[in-house]
Design a protein around this ligand. Structure first.
Ligand SMILES: Nc1nc2c(ncn2[C@@H]2O[C@H](COP(=O)(O)OP(=O)(O)OP(=O)(O)O)[C@@H](O)[C@H]2O)c(=O)[nH]1
Length: 213
């Protein structure tokens, strides 16, 4: 495990620092950019089209660790799919996003899941299934139970969100970080030569968008 423990700022005890790459995957217009934007900027914009890939960072100062998320927001357009592996390569976590008001997007999320299952070892990456746009309740095409069932059978985290109304957006990222930290603890108790994580943080909380049209 490549854990670089850096001193934290807590007066009580030093805390480890971790950097995690989190990638957002899913069909076009399911709200990947909106979730990232809501999480990092706590804002919502009607138009956030992604060209190729955009990324931003968020640093969390938690009791147990300092965590820097590198959030990679990929474009859902078909034309970018042949290069998508370049974006999720080396990811520690993936959010598989679908739109609860568009059933086809859940099918696409299942295909993403198959692809990740081929590219990563079991438990190498934390995967969260995210049903976005819960504010569109009257247009719902995917029940909560369908999402839950898929997540349960595949061992994924699951949450429904609305980037628009800020429903459970923070909670998704917190669930992911808690699972990543739980796995760090597990790895620490039985070291493996294949474990990955972590780079020394001590950096700024810079938030960068790139490649955005
Ligand atoms: N009602 C509602 N609309 C949303 C929500 N999240 C995103 N949208 C809208 O859905 C559209 C697409 O949002 P994006 O965040 O650009 O979706 P994306 O998945 O990043 O799309 P690509 O970059 O094309 O892959 C925009 O019009 C958003 O305003 C939500 O929670 N509720």
């Amino acid at each position: 495990m490549a854990q670089a423990a850096a001193p934290g700022t807590s007066p009580q005890r030093p805390r480890p620092s971790y950097m995690y790459k989190v990638v957002l995957l899913g069909s076009m217009s399911v709200g990947k950019s909106s979730l990232a934007y809501r999480y990092v900027r706590n804002d919502f914009r009607e138009l956030l089209p992604t060209v190729g890939c955009a990324f931003l960072t968020q640093t969390l100062d938690l009791d147990e660790a300092i965590v820097k998320f590198e959030i990679w927001d990929t474009a859902g357009q078909e034309k970018y799919q042949s290069v998508s592996h370049l974006y999720y390569r080396d990811a520690h976590a993936a959010l598989l996003v679908y739109d609860i008001a568009n059933k086809q997007t859940l099918s696409r999320a299942k295909l993403w899941l198959e692809e990740l299952e081929k590219r990563f070892l079991p438990n190498e990456i934390v995967i969260a299934l995210v049903g976005n746009k819960t504010d569109l309740a009257t247009e719902r095409e995917v029940t909560t139970e369908e999402g839950e069932e898929l997540a349960r059978t595949k061992g994924l985290l699951f949450m429904e969100t609305s980037a628009k109304s800020n429903h459970q957006v923070n909670d998704v990222f917190m669930a992911v970080v808690q699972e990543l930290l739980r796995r760090e603890e597990e790895k620490a108790s039985k070291p493996s030569p294949h474990g990955r994580s972590t780079v020394d943080l001590r950096g700024s909380g810079e938030r960068t968008w790139c490649c955005r049209s």
